[in-house]
Design a protein around this ligand. Structure first.
Ligand SMILES: [Zn+2]
Length: 69
C-alpha cells in the first residue's frame, strides 16, 4: 500500500479557486498543471484542482499560459 502524499488529504482541505496562490504551486513555470506523479496528489484532488484552476483562470486569477520572458 502506497503512502498518500496528497497535501489536500493531509490538510483535510479541498482545492479552491479562492486559494489560487496555493494552487499556483501546482502549476509549472509555463502555467500547466503538474502531473500527479510529481505533485503526489490523489486522483480525486487532482481532478478537483484542475476544475478549480479552470475557474481561477476564468476569473483571471491564474494565467492560461505563461510566456517565457
Ligand atoms: Zn487527496
Amino acid at each position: 500500500m502506497s503512502k498518500n502524499n496528497c497535501s489536500y488529504c493531509q490538510k483535510k482541505s479541498e482545492p479552491s479557486y479562492k486559494e489560487y496562490e496555493v494552487m499556483s504551486k501546482y502549476l509549472t513555470q509555463r502555467g500547466k498543471i503538474v502531473s500527479r506523479e510529481r505533485s503526489g496528489m490523489c486522483a480525486r484532488h487532482q481532478r478537483r484542482l484542475a476544475q478549480e484552476i479552470k475557474k481561477a483562470r476564468f476569473l483571471a486569477l491564474l494565467p492560461y499560459v505563461v510566456y517565457e520572458t
